[in-house]
Design a protein around this ligand. Structure first.
Ligand code: 5AD
Ligand code: SF4
Length: 421
């Protein structure tokens, strides 16, 4: 979501006549688009800001701007504490950037923007093959650990006709793959026709000529409907991959997290997905060390990983976030225990991912070519419909964006090796 916000910030700036440089030392304006999902992201931002602050001391005309979730969360206070930052704006206020740049007064543009979903902004996308497309903004779920509903505001769906127009334009420009973006895509409802669900949106996107693959992220297990499962199964461009965050294998912890499902209910969804869509790849997010998590809760997460066998996971140490209910809970755990548990989780998942990927050896699969591999000049990389990276050496001339068939010849933990057929 943040990467795509940055593409829009760049699009708005280009409209104002700005050009881009890779060298911060040459820039007249630097925008740091920030994330506050975990403390680590905030630390990264602060160290970058320190560097740019030193640049500004040498060149006082430089404008430094902070956008994104940290800007939103800190509001006016951030400008009071950081005298060398010119202005800030939150994720709902990218549209205000042109007027903020011209205004002399320092301002934090952090107000709710009720028109967000109806305002289409230009984006600069560098890939040429794969594009992110917003279908909704904000989140209403209030998982007890999560800052997103506090920074991105209430959930608002974007009208279906503007989504489809954007994707048609992308197709005309040669894009082959779109990823529909939202904090909770399965609760999408067309604001102009509230009976139109996410599955129906998928159907309309599937019909757009030129687009070969459709992905979406992120899905909330509680809203994963049978209608959506059938849509993934039946729509030929919708890829056989779902990212379905579990967060914990302990139903007690899930309830404290306000996830609105038990482990058993989550498992039922996985069973349904696999029953209807054989070969679907399923990835997930896990948080370890949530307040009060016991050794037994942790064991339940490990047992869940073994039982489900995800294709891959992102696992994070619980990070205490401002404004959230979990930050006020008793039973906050120490860093050491969180780190130990994270290590066990990642080691177990590595074994599982390795086992799953080994099963793919010998299979023939379609990939979209993504480009030359950065590490090896003879190698190119592509991605399967199930979102796995395949490295291969082409036997004839190929281009980025081409769809080709490869046989999987070898598997590694984070990638596969293939041979063009
Ligand atoms: N601490 C750790 N992980 C978090 N996530 C969200 N908030 C936190 C937090 N406070 C994780 C969740 C979510 C992913 C995007 O980030 O697993 O699915
Ligand atoms: Fe955060 Fe939960 Fe919303 Fe995801 S669904 S953005 S974890 S509050």
């Amino acid at each position: 979501m943040n990467v795509h916000d940055t593409e829009k910030i760049a699009g708005v700036l280009r409209g104002e006549g700005y050009a881009f440089t890779d060298r911060p030392e040459d820039a007249a304006l630097i925008i740091l688009n920030t994330c506050s999902i975990r403390e680590k992201a905030e630390h990264k931002f602060l160290s970058r800001l320190g560097y740019f602050r030193r640049l500004k001391r040498k060149r006082p005309g430089l404008q430094i701007v902070v956008s994104g979730c940290i800007a939103q969360q800190e509001g006016e206070k951030f400008l009071i504490d950081n005298k060398d930052v010119d202005f800030t704006f939150g994720p709902q206020n990218i549209v205000k950037l042109p007027e903020l740049i011209l205004r002399d007064k320092r301002k934090a543009a952090v107000e709710e923007n009720p028109a967000l979903a109806e305002t289409d902004l230009p984006a600069i996308r560098n890939d040429g093959t794969r594009a992110w497309v917003n279908i909704m903004y904000g989140c209403n779920n209030f998982c007890s650990y999560c800052v997103v509903p506090h920074t991105r505001g209430r959930e608002r769906s974007r009208p279906t006709d503007s989504i489809l127009n954007e994707i048609k334009t992308l197709s005309d420009e040669g894009y082959k793959e779109v990823t529909l973006l939202g904090q909770n895509v399965n609760s999408y409802r067309d604001p102009k026709n509230v009976t139109a669900s996410f599955a129906q949106l998928l159907k309309s996107v599937n019909a757009i000529q030129g687009i070969e693959r459709v992905r979406f992220i992120t899905s909330h297990p509680k809203d994963l409907s049978p209608e959506l499962i059938c849509a993934i199964r039946d729509l030929e461009k919708v890829c056989e991959h779902i990212h379905l965050p579990l967060q914990s294998g302990s139903s007690r912890i899930l309830s404290l997290m306000n996830r609105k499902y038990s482990y058993a209910q989550y498992l039922d969804k996985i069973t349904e997905l696999r029953r209807h869509i054989p070969g679907i790849s399923i990835t997930s997010d896990i948080i370890t060390g949530f307040p009060t998590e016991t050794g037994d809760d942790h064991e339940e997460t490990l047992a869940a990983l073994k039982e489900i066998e995800f294709d891959g996971i992102f696992a994070f140490k619980y990070s205490k976030r401002r404004y959230t209910r979990a930050s006020e809970m008793e039973g906050q755990l120490g860093e050491d225990i969180k780190s130990d548990r994270l290590k066990t989780i990642l080691e177990l998942q590595d074994v599982i991912t390795d086992k799953i990927n080994r099963r793919l050896k010998g299979q023939t699969t379609e990939i979209i070519v993504e480009g030359e591999s950065s590490s090896d000049t003879n190698h190119w990389t592509g991605r399967t419909r199930t979102n796995k990276i395949v490295n291969f050496t082409p036997d004839e001339k190929i281009n980025k964006g081409m769809l080709i068939t490869v046989s999987i010849t070898n598997s590694f933990r984070h990638s596969l090796e293939g041979r063009p057929d």
